[in-house]
Design a protein around this ligand. Structure first.
Ligand code: G3P
Length: 218
């Protein structure tokens, strides 16, 4: 399973890049706005840190605007993936961009039908927003399961990104069903690392070790 980090924060990206477990980054307009920096410059900096795919999203709503923006975005770096919102206009943009060799990530996907349509359009990546589905009271795990069945049954080239991840359990559930990628917020990655029993164990091993050292000196 590939791990992307869902953030535009350079410090957070660097930290996980240095750990050596980062395969890519996803951003969106809200995440970039949170950083308060000029978005293109920020994406450039992210592309310098991470060699894997870095998603930057288009703002335009028409196919023409999206295609124009995408052709500009890819100038930032060879690893830029263009995030396209799931709309009819967006799907038309995917059909134009993918044959040009521009990788797209269809975003704001909330149903299996949308997955099927984005896969048929030839998107490189498709991002079901499982956390937001859960927030609205729908079964996000079943949605993801059926998404994977559809993709695998027809051997679509699209890679599924479990997005809008809310907790560490979401990552486990995604991994169990073979979801290609999870894009994980920093706080969830931190929770995946921590377990109170690990900390407890380290402390007691060190205590016992110190006791032994004292005994041996006597
Ligand atoms: O990659 C999807 C993400 O950016 C949206 O997540 O947490 O705003 O639902 P969230």
């Amino acid at each position: 399973m590939k791990f992307f980090i869902d953030t535009a924060n350079l410090k957070q990206i660097k930290e996980y890049q240095e750990l050596g477990i980062l395969d890519g980054v996803t951003t969106n307009p809200s995440l970039l706005a949170k950083e308060g920096a000029e978005p293109i410059e920020q994406l450039k900096k992210i592309c310098e840190i991470v060699k894997g795919p870095v998603s930057g999203e288009v703002i335009g709503l028409t196919t023409e605007e999206m295609v124009k923006e995408a052709r500009e975005l890819i100038k930032i770096g060879s690893n830029i993936v263009v995030k396209i919102p799931f709309t009819k206009e967006g799907i038309k943009a995917v059909k134009i961009l993918e044959p040009e060799g521009i990788k797209t990530n269809v975003t704001l996907v909330f149903s299996q039908n949308q997955v099927l349509l984005a896969a048929k359009a030839g998107a490189s990546y498709i991002s079901p927003f499982i956390g937001r589905l859960m927030d609205s009271g729908q079964n996000e795990i079943d949605m993801l399961k059926e998404t994977m069945q559809i993709i695998e049954k027809y051997k679509f080239k699209s890679e599924i990104i479990a997005a809008s991840i809310r907790n560490a359990r979401h990552v486990i559930e995604s991994a169990k069903m073979g979801v290609h990628i999870a894009t994980i917020p920093f706080d969830v990655l931190e929770k995946m690392f921590k377990h109170p029993r690990t900390e407890e164990g380290i402390k007691s091993f060190l205590n016992d070790w110190e006791k032994l050292q004292k005994q041996l000196k006597l």
